[in-house]
Design a protein around this ligand. Structure first.
Ligand code: AMP
Ligand code: TRP
Length: 335
């Protein structure tokens, strides 16, 4: 990786919850792949963050297999270990120390205000008293991830924007207290930063089971698409549809870009029904992802490949991490 010609340094992470879905790909992963040309890129499987969702031995034992499945998706999509550093968060333990240090300078009020925290409390049916300490500090660990590598650009989906807002606040505070040390990280969104799930209600996500896996079989993909909710007002074939409220149409924009105007016209004039429309989408998804899916199978047959990539990545990441942590210790007077 040559630093000079590059625009800056990218860091991003994903929680290893298994195989990725279309939302992860369209909302973040395609940017991870494209940005490799212009930036120095570091991509991380954030297994410590995954512990916030896994408070049982059964759940924690899934994290390692999930890392493997997720990294295969990254590689199949085109994340290239020759160009980028790919590693597992817990393999570079400096991040835990930096997280601890940053937590001393982060007011609780900032953390309690983060909208994703409030949403998570609702989801878990928890209160500020029962929720884990780690979940409150989730964005502090995320900040530590990013600034340990002095990254300035963070490709993520729209749901992560509040976390990056907080990361910038923490960086500003640290730089103010101890002198300029870290760049303020900014988000980089794709053109589709929020992919709605097949229920048409909320963002596509595995936990809501409204998703299609990136590496699903063509058959599974078609079955799932056929069950997708479309415009709820369109009860009969003769009713004109409203593409702007239809999540199937939103996916056409990505998977059938050359047919999207025609589909819009046919839907609003009721000359195409939702079933035919969904068949077109399923075909668009299967055609577009065919190469990725084949590549994934090929990569999965190479024993030890993922492990080797992650070991190599951790060694490279650690060199940067040690240097940053050394500098932080000096700045705060603990060196
Ligand atoms: P997660 O699986 O929640 O760790 O998300 C990994 C990455 O995918 C993050 O950058 C998210 O912002 C992005 N992402 C997840 N779900 C979606 C979605 N439905 N639409 C757009 N981006 C998403
Ligand atoms: N919070 C992110 C998510 O849920 C994952 C993440 C952890 C991350 N550390 C990060 C993303 C650093 C970007 C940069 O998807």
């Amino acid at each position: 990786m040559t630093t000079n010609a590059k625009k800056g340094r990218i860091f991003s992470g994903m929680r290893p919850s298994g195989r990725l879905h279309l939302g992860n790909h369209i909302g973040a992963l395609q940017n991870w792949v494209n940005l490799q040309q212009e930036y120095e890129c570091i991509y991380c499987a954030v297994d410590i963050h995954a512990l916030t969702d896994s408070a049982s031995k059964d759940a924690t034992s899934q994290i390692k297999p999930n890392i493997y499945e997720m990294v295969l998706d990254w590689l199949a999509a085109g994340v290239d270990p020759e160009k980028s550093i790919i590693f597992v968060q817990s393999h570079v333990r400096e991040v835990v120390i930096l997280h601890g240090i940053l937590s001393m300078f982060t007011p609780m009020g900032w953390l309690m205000r983060v909208p994703t925290f409030k949403e998570k409390l609702r989801q878990l049916d928890a209160t500020e008293h029962t929720v884990s300490y780690g979940l409150v500090g989730y964005p502090v660990l995320m900040t530590a991830d990013i600034i340990l590598y002095k990254a300035d650009t963070v490709p993520v989906g729209e749901d992560q924007l509040p976390h990056l807002e907080l990361a910038r606040e923490i960086v500003r505070r640290f730089n103010h207290l101890f002198g300029p040390t870290f760049p303020e990280p900014k988000a980089k969104l794709t053109t589709y930063p929020l992919v709605v799930g097949l229920d048409g209600q909320s963002k596509m996500s595995k936990s809501l089971d409204n998703h299609i896996e990136l590496a699903a079989s063509p058959d599974d993909t078609t079955k799932k698409v056929m069950k997708a909710v479309t415009d709820p007002n369109r009860k009969f074939l003769s009713d004109p549809g409203r593409p702007e409220v239809c999540n199937v149409f939103a996916l056409h924009k990505y998977f059938n870009p050359d047919k999207v105007d025609q589909i819009h016209q046919q839907c609003t004039s009721a000359s195409i029904g939702c079933v035919q429309d969904k068949q077109l989408l399923a075909k668009g998804i299967n055609d577009k992802l065919n190469d990725l899916r084949e590549r994934r199978q090929e990569l999965a047959s190479k024993k030890g490949l993922v492990e080797e990539i992650l070991m190599d990545g951790a060694a490279k990441a650690q060199t940067i991490a040690r240097e940053t942590l050394g500098q932080v210790m000096e700045r705060i007077g603990l060196a």
